[in-house]
Design a protein around this ligand. Structure first.
Ligand SMILES: *Cc1c(COP(=O)(O)O)cnc(C)c1O
Length: 408
């Protein structure tokens, strides 16, 4: 095989992965229509309203509330759920900061739990163990698009009478036993930030099938207003989390692409699983047979450096990038973030909780560490490529393995 691209050889990748975001005349027309209508905000508009309804319908939920972004969507849900000072909310240690920081936003304490060694989703044994009388909610994160074991998690939530919230920022269109994510608990949240599975640059949405919860969340997202009431009556504490008509218009079109794109990602991921079967040291995120469709925000695989002559993960990633294979940085463990290590998080807690010792500061999170420091994330945009693109990803890995000595 040719020399590694990192050492001056030719790249494995012969043509670029598909460009992202995907758009055409339809997005262009949708934006222009908003421009010319002179209705640029959601309150009198129809675009954002139409989008949130269509998105909810797609996921078989009753209501959708478009929100400024995925972080805010979590804040709105937690506020509407009444999570506040003194409460605890269980979150996975392996996720984007927002899953935990949104809990701090409400004044409650996020309780991190380790993840499963094969799916990298929250370890449900530990979730159940972490429940205390203070536990108000559990936030499930469908990591990389792979649903948490919702059979078990819904049972745990029911048994302990704890609210279940789904952070579906990676999982638009993912299904567990043919049921769409975001519909198992009180609410599901999604993000439309540029890297996510559909996008308007920024954006988010909350879906729920609970009428009362929908009212509460809608009020929080719109300055404490109640739907149908006078514009200047504000009944509860809320803020302005409204999504603009520009974004609603773009997302309405993006949603029409989601089904085909999800199918393609799922199929390409299956192909990668097959191609990686005979590559020693590469273990793809396990696909639970009950996951009837994985939206695949990323194709995640564990990298065992021992099978690559001891080449560390960072060096492997460098070599992959040089071969022309895109990478999305894996998350660091939440508990290890400066915010938690330097004690800043305590400023958000009530005095009693702030003064307590917090187990996560000392507790080991071995599986999260492994997931954080020994995985490669192929971004969803690459999964929109063709079969040749998938073959090239695997060829690049094999090439690096063959030349591992030169990298050590
Ligand atoms: C992206 C993301 C969010 C936050 O979404 P933003 O739209 O970027 O605010 C929350 N949770 C997870 C798991 C994410 O990946």
């Amino acid at each position: 095989m040719a020399t590694l691209a990192l050492l001056g050889g030719p790249t494995t990748k012969t043509k670029p992965f598909p460009a992202w975001p995907v758009f055409d005349q339809q997005e262009r027309a949708a934006v222009l229509e908003v421009l010319e209508s002179r209705v640029w905000w959601r309150t009198p508009g129809t675009k954002t309203l139409g989008f949130e309804q269509a998105f909810a319908e797609y996921h078989r939920a009753k209501h959708g509330i478009a929100i400024t972004n995925g972080t805010h969507a979590l804040e709105v849900v937690l506020a509407a759920a009444g999570v506040s000072s003194g409460d605890e909310v269980i979150v996975p240690d392996y996720t984007f900061v927002a899953t935990a920081s949104s809990v701090l936003f409400t004044g409650a304490m996020p309780i991190m739990v380790d993840v499963d060694s094969e799916t990298f989703c929250m370890d449900l044994e530990q979730v159940e163990h972490a429940i205390t009388p203070r536990t108000k909610a559990i936030i499930a994160v469908h990591l990389g698009g792979h649903p948490v074991d919702m059979d078990r998690l819904t049972e745990i939530a029911r048994k302990h009478d704890v609210m279940l919230i789904e952070d579906c920022a990676h999982a638009h269109g993912s299904r567990w036993r043919d049921q769409y994510v975001g519909t198992f608990g009180i609410a599901g949240t999604f993000s439309f930030q540029e890297g996510k599975l559909m996008t308007a640059g920024e954006g988010g949405v909350v879906i729920t099938s609970d009428d009362q919860f929908e009212r509460a969340a809608r009020a929080v997202h719109d300055c404490g207003r109640m739907p149908g009431e006078w514009f200047y009556s504000h009944y509860v504490y809320g803020s302005n989390y409204r999504l603009s008509e520009w974004q609603g218009a773009v997302l309405g079109v993006q949603l029409t692409r989601l089904e085909d794109q999800t199918r393609r990602r799922h199929e390409n991921a299956n192909l990668l699983d097959k191609l990686f079967e005979d590559v020693e040291g590469i273990t793809p995120q396990r696909l639970d047979p009950r996951c009837s469709r994985n939206g695949h925000y990323a194709y995640i695989f564990h990298y065992d450096s021992a099978a690559f002559g001891g080449v560390p993960t960072e060096r492997f990633i460098e070599a992959m990038l040089a071969e022309g294979i895109t990478n999305q940085a894996a998350y660091p463990p939440v508990h290890a973030l400066d915010l938690f290590q330097n004690g800043e998080y305590r400023k958000r807690l009530c005095p009693e909780q702030a003064a307590e010792p917090h187990a996560f500061l000392k507790q080991p999170f071995p599986e999260t560490d492994r997931a954080a420091w020994q995985t490669y994330w192929v971004p969803q945009t690459a999964l929109l490529g063709d079969e040749e693109d998938m073959h090239e990803i695997v060829e690049a890995v094999k090439k690096i393995q063959e030349h591992a000595k030169e990298l050590a």
